[in-house]
Design a protein around this ligand. Structure first.
Ligand SMILES: Nc1nc2c(ncn2[C@@H]2O[C@@H]3COP(=O)(O)O[C@H]4[C@@H](O)[C@H](n5cnc6c(=O)[nH]c(N)nc65)O[C@@H]4COP(=O)(O)O[C@H]3[C@H]2O)c(=O)[nH]1
Length: 508
């Protein structure tokens, strides 16, 4: 009996997980549609086509014609009223047209979304301001392909809905339109970037009848259903694009740590390293982090990715970390991950399991996204430090890290952004800022690491400003493990061999 219940729980869990993944797919596809529309509008604006001149309208028509997802493009007033439309001849374009006040802004406020009744159905309007006196709108057709992701077996008993966050429906897939679902259970996802909301609804009975089938050879059926869902999911996701690529890469372990040495600016000695992720694709190409971190973050994959590279880095660096207790390894963690439930516990467990000392691990908080909840962040920082971890604030000077935040967070270290290192030799005010940061860090008992040091001249200027440690191409770019450990080894041999005489020349 226990086996039966366990198997049933597995089925439910898998089904719930996969249905919620499918909901995510619907949302991602619609986000792509909005991104696509916004990119089209940008291109038109860049080509100076935000105009009602006949030649401009002609060019816009061609543009629309080449993009089947976009049904029309319009030039509108700041209040949203239409000035002209690429296909105005045939359309009564102000029917059901929405006032600017009723449009919903994207999170970054760069776009406004609204529902348009057109083309015998609903469509999505995407507005982008061009200048103070006009804006461009793309009308995006909500294509049925957005919805044909449901496993065939479930279609007759399910519905897929895409809506604005105001609740207005943009599109709906249902085999038997108008028929409402019996005892529906639903899976919901809301976009973090756009006012969009996807829902998959399903009759409870569909799942329970499956469970009923599962009653007898419960475990086998549980696995079978998992496989069916898995295959269907794989099929729908193959068409799904970048997020699916991330998932595949995660499953295949394609995210790998590269290591950039952090060195003593005076002696050149390697004191530790920063782990920087690289995506090593099957075709041998190496994708830099800025090409996938933002997507990993917005699609909620960053956490799995971070744990994956931490796991590899701990395994690779363990001998070095255990042989040299002063060697430190820095890991980048985004604020959302830092503040998520169980972060400190999971980190501790992983580091403990690898039998590495927490004192050797530096959590670098990347501050491109604002740490909204400073008090909570400070509490997590305190908890990390209680367990022996070190905490560094990344991108200081360019991120959101105002000086009061630096103080409030209670970190051990600040990292001075490459921007200041680049300008320190050419701009006297940069020197002043760096000196101020160093003084502030000293007052707050924090260490300072400079990023992106490329020349001897920069190194000398940083030393003169009181910075003691840094990283940069001057010593090495981020390296795969084998090359990194060769470098550490050769430096160590060189340093224990020859007595150090000329301080400044050593790092070259
Ligand atoms: N031009 C120049 N560049 C230098 C030099 N020295 C270091 N860099 C680059 O500067 C970046 C420093 O990392 P960051 O500020 O943490 O900025 C990182 C970090 O914010 C993010 N990132 C990288 N790996 C991870 C990760 O595992 N997790 C998270 N959340 N973010 C990561 O992506 C950013 C970019 O990473 P990378 O492309 O590896 O870029 C790295 C590094 O390769 C130099 O002398 N000259």
């Amino acid at each position: 009996l226990a086996g039966h219940f366990a198997a049933e729980a597995v089925i439910r869990h898998q089904q719930a997980h996969q249905l919620s993944e499918l909901t995510e797919v619907v949302l991602r596809r619609s986000e792509f549609a909005v991104d696509f529309a916004a990119a089209s509008l940008d291109e038109l604006a860049k080509r100076n086509l935000a105009s009602c001149e006949p030649a401009a309208l002609q060019a816009i028509r061609l543009h629309v014609y080449q993009r089947s997802a976009i049904k029309d493009v319009r030039l509108v007033n700041p209040d949203g009223s239409v000035i002209c439309s690429a296909y105005s001849e045939t359309l009564e374009f102000d029917k059901g047209w929405v006032n600017r006040r009723d449009m919903l802004p994207s999170r970054d406020k760069a776009l406004s979304l609204f529902r348009v009744e057109q083309f015998g159905g609903d469509a999505l309007g995407v507005l982008r301001d061009i200048n103070g006196s006009s804006a461009l709108v793309a009308i995006v057709g909500i294509n049925a392909s957005l919805f044909d992701i449901m496993p065939a077996e479930l279609r007759a008993h399910s519905e897929v809905i895409l809506a604005l966050s105001s609740g207005e429906k943009l599109g709906e897939f249902q085999t038997d339109a108008g028929k409402s679902l019996l005892e529906p259970i639903s899976f919901d996802r809301t976009s973090t970037r756009f006012p969009l909301h996807a829902t998959i609804g399903l009759e409870h009975a569909v799942l329970s009848s499956w469970n009923h089938e599962a009653y007898w050879p419960a475990l086998a059926v549980a696995l079978g259903l998992g496989a069916i869902f898995g295959i269907l999911l794989a099929r729908s996701r193959r068409m799904e694009g970048p997020v699916a690529d991330l998932d595949r890469a995660l499953a295949a372990g394609e995210f790998k740590p590269y290591y950039q040495p952090i060195f003593d600016l005076r002696t050149g000695q390697i004191k530790g390293c920063e782990i920087l992720v690289r995506w090593l694709r099957r075709d041998g190409s190496v994708v830099p982090p800025m090409n996938f971190i933002p997507l990993a973050e917005s699609s909620g994959r960053i956490q799995a990715m971070t744990w994956q590279i931490l796991g590899s880095a701990l395994a690779e660096l363990k001998p070095l970390l255990r042989a040299n207790k002063n060697f430190k390894m820095s890991l980048n963690v985004v604020p959302g991950h830092l503040l998520s439930a169980g972060f400190v516990e999971t980190l501790r467990r992983k580091v403990l399991t690898a039998r590495v000392s927490a004192r050797q691990i530096v959590v670098e908080i990347t501050e491109r996204d604002e740490l909204d909840d400073l008090a909570r962040a400070a509490a997590v920082v305190a908890e990390l430090r209680d367990h022996g971890f070190r905490v560094a604030i990344d991108d200081v000077g360019v991120g959101h890290s105002g000086l009061s935040r630096l103080k409030g967070l209670g970190a051990d270290m600040i990292k001075i952004d490459k921007f200041f290192v680049d300008t320190i030799t050419v701009d006297a005010s940069t020197t002043t800022i760096v000196e101020m940061l160093v003084a502030l860090a000293r007052d707050l008992h924090m260490g300072v690491v400079a990023e992106g040091i490329e020349t001897e001249e920069q190194l000398r200027a940083l030393l003169a400003s009181g910075v003691a440690e840094g990283q940069g191409y001057l010593v090495a770019p981020p390296l795969p493990f084998a090359r990194f450990s060769e470098l550490v080894e050769s430096r160590r041999a060189a340093q224990s061999g020859a007595a150090v005489s000329n301080d400044a020349a050593l790092v070259a």
